[in-house]
Design a protein around this ligand. Structure first.
Ligand code: ADP
Length: 161
């Protein structure tokens, strides 16, 4: 069985994340979508909220399973018997950090290959921080997040749908 782990902050999950997750589910038998719970990186949505949003957005993906990352990614990958770490690449600006993380993860767990999927061209500009910025200024985020979570995300910013 080929298993992959797709780690991230997902603060909140966007259509760009969903595209990478959906394509990963087509490539692997099982995909863990792994929500970081890192006290050093404060997120706008709590871990529970991020998990709940992903659970609503990805309920149709039967081979995706949500998990929360407390420790090292390389350790989670070993425990899950996964062969791959999936990351999305939007632009050259993502590359340096992603390449560094891929090399570090391979040092920590030589069995883990990082697989990069290129972003859909219509999502290359899209990030969770952009969604948060637009929503906090009262803008329309409907084009950027899955329909199934739109009202919950808007509610967090005090908007009604
Ligand atoms: P992190 O804090 O770990 O970078 P993110 O939630 O920002 O977490 O991103 C998780 C992964 O999803 C990263 O590999 C990132 O490059 C990818 N990603 C984020 N937004 C998009 C997008 N619009 N299209 C494709 N991949 C994306």
């Amino acid at each position: 069985m080929k298993t992959a782990v797709y780690p991230g902050s997902f603060d909140p999950i966007t259509n760009g994340h969903m595209d990478i997750l959906t394509r990963s589910c087509g490539l692997f038998d099982k995909v863990y979508i792994l929500v970081s719970d890192n006290p050093d990186k404060r997120c706008f949505f709590s871990t529970e909220e991020r998990v709940s949003l992903i659970s609503d957005a990805a309920s149709h993906l039967k081979n995706a399973e949500i998990a929360v990352l407390k420790g090292l990614l390389a350790d989670f990958v070993s425990k899950a018997n996964a062969q791959a770490i999936v990351r999305g690449l939007r632009a050259v600006s993502d590359f340096e950090y992603e390449f560094q993380m891929a090399l570090a993860n391979r040092e920590l767990n030589p069995k883990a290959e990082t697989v990069f999927l290129s972003a859909n061209s219509s999502h290359t500009f899209l990030s969770s921080s952009l969604v948060r910025q637009i929503a906090s200024l009262g803008g329309n985020i409907a084009p950027f997040v899955p329909d199934s979570i739109l009202s919950k995300v808007m509610e967090k910013f005090g908007q009604s749908s």
